[in-house]
Design a protein around this ligand. Structure first.
Ligand code: SF4
Ligand code: SF4
Length: 96
């Protein structure tokens, strides 16, 4: 069941809040081979290697959604929200 917009909030503002609440980066542990590349390339120390030899999202609040981790992972085990990647491409002039 989805939450109702807060009083005085437009439907669009409500949807925006929903998107922002979603974690931007997600690691699929079944695909992670523990190489540590994503951890090394993350400029904000969002990721860390765990005792299980898998990468983990430890500081999601620091994520700037640059998607470097997803682009460098050789196993395609990192997912950064589609909107964020689009935004990052726009900022870099990659998408017209
Ligand atoms: S780059 Fe990919 S395979 Fe390597 S540690 Fe990160 S998530 Fe795992
Ligand atoms: S999107 Fe960028 S800041 Fe966020 S975890 Fe990946 S490399 Fe780090």
């Amino acid at each position: 069941m989805s939450e109702k917009p807060i009083k005085g909030q437009t439907k669009e503002e409500h949807c925006e809040t929903e998107v922002k609440k979603r974690p931007a980066v997600h690691i699929f542990p079944e695909w992670c081979k523990g190489c540590g590349i994503c951890v090394a390339f993350c400029p904000k120390q969002v990721l860390e290697m765990g005792k299980d030899q898998k990468a983990h999202v430890v500081h999601p609040e620091k994520c700037i959604e640059c998607a470097l981790c997803a682009r460098r992972c050789p196993e395609f085990a990192v997912f950064v929200s589609g909107d964020s990647i689009k935004e990052s491409k726009k900022k870099n002039g990659g998408e017209k």
